[in-house]
Design a protein around this ligand. Sequence first.
Ligand code: XMP
Ligand code: MG
Length: 177
Amino acid sequence: MKQVTIQNKTFGLFISAQEIDESIKVIADRINKRFQDSHPIFISVLNGAFMFTSDLLKKVDIPCELSFVKLASYEGTTSSGAVKELVGLKEDITNRHVIILEDIVDTGLTISAVIAQLKTKNPATITIATLLLKPDCLKEKIHIDHIAFSIPDKFVVGYGLDLDGYGRNLSDIYQLI
Ligand code: XMP
Ligand code: MG
């Protein structure tokens, strides 16, 4: 099996670049049909979603916009501690059809925070497309419209996903072994 070592940890090939490409094509086709006349705005959550975003958008052939956001941690004043604030969105999304692009939904806490903050800006609709979902880890009740792959609860790297900042450049997805 093809293996890579990142930060002294060994990962085995899990999803090939070709499988990723095929799955992304299916999602792009569905988006092209569904949003043909509605000029959606894609909102990509950096850093992890950069490669998914790039490959998906090359297959999207309808009029659309693309924006990138990041979740910035800061110490909140609430007892719950760290609060994550969505930064980087300059576009007015009022009454727009928003499509969020994520690398991975694990517990769902991150995507829930993104959805909650975007909802305050009154978009017409919010659609979620994620490259990966770990269904066994979900703690939040979220409807995810497009999932390229549902995967078991094992740490993965590659294709935008990282271990301590490394491995994002890999064109396949690898699983910790
Ligand atoms: P939650 O639990 O909020 O997690 O849904 C989403 C964020 O956690 C990171 N994450 C991973 N990153 N391999 C990674 O490289 C993984 O297997 C993994 N699981 C969770 C990721 O930053 C994601 O946005
Ligand atoms: Mg992420």
